[in-house]
Design a protein around this ligand. Structure first.
Ligand SMILES: NC(=O)C1=CN([C@@H]2O[C@H](COP(=O)(O)OP(=O)(O)OC[C@H]3O[C@@H](n4cnc5c(N)ncnc54)[C@H](OP(=O)(O)O)[C@@H]3O)[C@@H](O)[C@H]2O)C=CC1
Ligand SMILES: O=C1O[C@H](COP(=O)(O)O)[C@@H](O)[C@H](O)[C@H]1O
Length: 496
């Protein structure tokens, strides 16, 4: 049951000394704490292998909070609820100690046996940890027991099934919270509202009025410290299998009959089931892969992917993917959904651009020319908002038209401070709301779709590198749209 108030809870973070905990989880917990959205009764146990003490963890959490929120207040009170246990997750004996610590904190802070286990660790540990939590009695308390799992959930469908089986032996599907942090982003959550709370869009949201939809998530950064992980993942598994397909599902789903997690997930699942399968020989015409080489811009030098730490000098890993998805159902037949994502591109931007079909003819000045199409742009990040591109009359006597934009930006609302995705998702998990977490069926269908592409790509090496760092990807990504008579709309932040 979804609770409106945050209940008392013990949050155990496995991977408490890691990058994700430091950059995202601690500042998000702190925000919840200051907003009164973390119950009065809470405590956090941090688990990692490093031989830290409670004080070392507390100093680390404080540092994390202050680097993200320099003006943070009451940090001492917040960190006083943090406890550390040095624990190798593969060592069975440590779970007994962890249980004792958990029970002590339960009593000390009246936590009612409610427990959240956040696995901010590499996926090879997920199954082992889940099994130990059950075997060693950490879930033998009267309250709720929720398992939060970071991505990647498996490496392909087979490994994901195996992992799911191990976890489901121990935790009920309703208690498994598979994180996709894009689902916590304000404007990703807004897709549904824009569609279903506005009479003007939903009647047009189909293949009679929409010519194509473009979803871009571009990054300026390269792989940074994560070369080891990324080498086995690449952009397809890192971004497409989860974030990109989730955004497509939200854009394409039917209105749910109710706003419950089950109903929304079931509509998303139908979209993923309707993704048109490709034959092996079709993969190259629907999907384009890229890998960045060194920058060719002397003012913004950057290494090529193959020169990054922990990356093979002849790596075949794609750091860029563009693709065309077709959804074989009544609403979307014939409408291409183009997606593209990559590292070391020219701009950090996530945008969804819905291009409407052209009016039947141009009645106005210069009638030989096509009018600019109507576009609805959903700005996910870094700015958040929506823009509607229309045509209006140019001021004056002639009947010339000019493109105009109707803009709504959350950045323009004074005092409006969008919560971080992780903050919202942690809050949802504390309240038992799994709407913005991925159900196993979604994960399985997404892997099924992506596995075909990775298998074909693994069998055929690409001519990498094929785009210089700091650009929008290989030329083949542009050709993917050009052959359908379209073009990528700019996602540079002040252009659309
Ligand atoms: N960092 C990010 O931006 C993102 C990360 N993720 C996912 O989050 C998870 C964590 O990533 P990240 O924080 O970057 O990884 P890190 O490598 O920074 O941290 C790994 C953590 O796991 C702990 N650990 C490793 N082995 C063991 C072990 N045998 N027993 C106990 N603890 C162990 C480490 O503790 P110690 O070093 O003390 O042993 C450390 O706390 C991964 O699944 C990743 O894919 C997802 C999205 C973004
Ligand atoms: O999950 C991941 O997402 C980030 C991009 O997230 P964003 O919120 O900054 O858009 C990506 O850098 C990372 O490789 C991937 O694992």
């Amino acid at each position: 049951m979804i609770q409106s108030e945050t209940p008392a809870s013990l949050i155990t973070i496995f991977g408490a000394t890691g990058d994700l905990a430091k950059r995202k989880l601690y500042p998000s917990l702190y925000h919840l704490f200051t907003k009164g959205q973390l119950a009065e009764h809470f405590a956090v146990i941090g688990v990692g292998r490093r031989p830290w003490s409670n004080d070392v963890l507390r100093a680390h959490v404080k540092d994390s909070v202050l680097s993200s929120i320099p003006e943070a207040e009451n940090v001492e009170t917040f960190i006083s609820r943090f406890y550390y246990q040095a624990h190798d997750v593969s060592d069975s004996a440590s779970y007994i100690q962890l249980k004792e610590l958990a029970n002590d904190l339960d009593e000390k802070y009246s936590l009612q046996g409610n427990r959240i286990f956040y696995l901010a660790m590499a996926p090879e540990f997920f199954g082992t940890i889940a099994e130990h939590l059950k075997q060693d009695g950490l879930t033998d308390t009267p309250g709720f027991h929720r398992l939060v799992i970071e991505k990647p959930f498996g490496h392909d469908l087979e490994s994901a099934k195996e992992l799911n089986k191990r976890i489901r032996n121990v935790f009920d599907e309703n208690d498994i919270y598979r994180i996709d942090h894009y689902l916590g982003k304000e404007m990703v959550q807004n897709i549904e509202v824009i569609r279903f709370a506005n009479a003007i869009f939903e009647p047009l949201w189909n293949n009679r009025f929409i010519s194509n939809i473009q979803v871009t998530s571009s990054e300026v950064l390269g792989v940074e410290e994560r070369g080891g992980y990324y080498e086995n993942s690449g952009a397809l598994r890192d971004m497409v299998q989860n974030h990109m397909l989730q955004m497509v599902a939200l854009l394409a789903m039917e209105p749910p009959i109710r706003l419950t997690p089950q109903e929304i997930r079931s509509e998303k699942v139908k979209v993923l089931r309707a993704l048109k399968p490709m034959k092996d020989e079709e993969v190259e015409s629907y999907f384009v892969r890229g890998q960045y080489g060194p920058s060719t811009n002397s003012e913004q030098p950057a290494l090529g992917y193959r020169e990054e730490t922990n990356v093979q000098p002849d790596s075949n890993t794609a750091t860029f993917v563009a693709g065309k998805l077709m959804i074989d159902n009544f609403r979307w037949a014939g409408v291409p959904f183009y997606i593209r994502t990559g590292k070391r591109m020219s701009t950090k931007s996530t945008k969804i651009i819905i291009q409407f079909k052209d009016v039947p003819m141009n009645l106005y000045y210069n009638s030989d020319e096509k009018l600019a199409p109507n576009l609805l742009v959903i700005h996910i990040q870094p700015e958040e908002g929506i823009t509607l591109h229309l045509n209006a009359k140019n001021t004056g006597h002639s009947m010339e038209t000019k493109p105009v934009k109707l803009d709504f930006s959350t950045n323009d609302i004074a005092g409006y401070n969008t919560p971080e995705a992780y903050e919202k998702l942690l809050h949802d998990c504390l309240r038992g709301d799994a709407t913005n977490f991925t159900h196993w069926d979604e994960v399985a269908l997404s892997w099924n779709f992506v596995d075909k592409i990775s298998r074909v790509w693994e069998e055929n090496k690409a001519a990498f590198p094929n785009y210089p760092a700091g650009t929008m990807g290989p030329v083949e990504a542009d050709q993917l749209l050009e052959k359908d008579g379209f073009q990528w709309w700019s996602v540079t932040n002040d252009e659309n």
